[in-house]
Design a protein around this ligand. Structure first.
Ligand SMILES: [Zn+2]
Length: 162
């Protein structure tokens, strides 16, 4: 994990007005993605036992997906992107898969292209940072990170001209 990512976490957790810090009764199952909340965190697997009282509530990632309210936004621009689109998109998808293996609440919500800018929205700010840093390390270019204090939304800008 990169240093900047760790710093981002501390700032992001402390006063999150949204859903990530909320506690749920255990076990709670998300009806949308079927993650299970147990031992204080949402996890893949660890299904409830027979006879257990199971609660139902959307997990924080699904809430953000339903509300279309990302925690991280990554913007990709520059002529280099046109020539290496597949490579760059694969980096994003691979990073999302790697993150999801241990952190199932970190997901890509959408990848959209509009007027030369590709926007990648994530349910967790760390995933946007992770993808941006991976693209920077693989493709060079420049990376700018902007934390919005009021909304907790992290915006990451990557640019490389051809
Ligand atoms: Zn869910």
């Amino acid at each position: 994990m990169a240093e900047g990512e760790r710093r981002g976490r501390i700032g992001g957790r402390s006063s999150n007005p949204y859903h990530e810090d909320r506690k749920f009764p255990e076990p709670t199952v998300c009806p949308r993605c079927h993650l299970v909340y147990r031992n204080g965190r949402w996890q893949d697997g660890n299904s409830p036992d027979k006879g257990e009282t199971v609660h139902s509530s959307h997990c924080p990632a699904c809430r953000r997906e339903i509300d279309r309210l990302p925690a991280g936004l990554l913007f990709l621009t520059g002529g280099y992107l046109d020539m290496h689109r597949d490579e760059i998109f694969n980096i994003a998808k691979n990073q999302a898969s790697a993150a999801a293996a241990h952190r199932p609440l970190q997901r890509i919500m959408w990848m959209e292209e509009d007027k030369g800018t590709t926007e990648i929205a994530t349910t967790d700010s760390h995933l946007a940072l992770r993808i941006g840093k991976s693209i920077e390390s693989a493709c060079k270019g420049s990376l700018t990170i902007k934390h919005a204090e009021d909304t907790q939304l992290v915006r990451v800008y990557w640019q490389r001209d051809a």
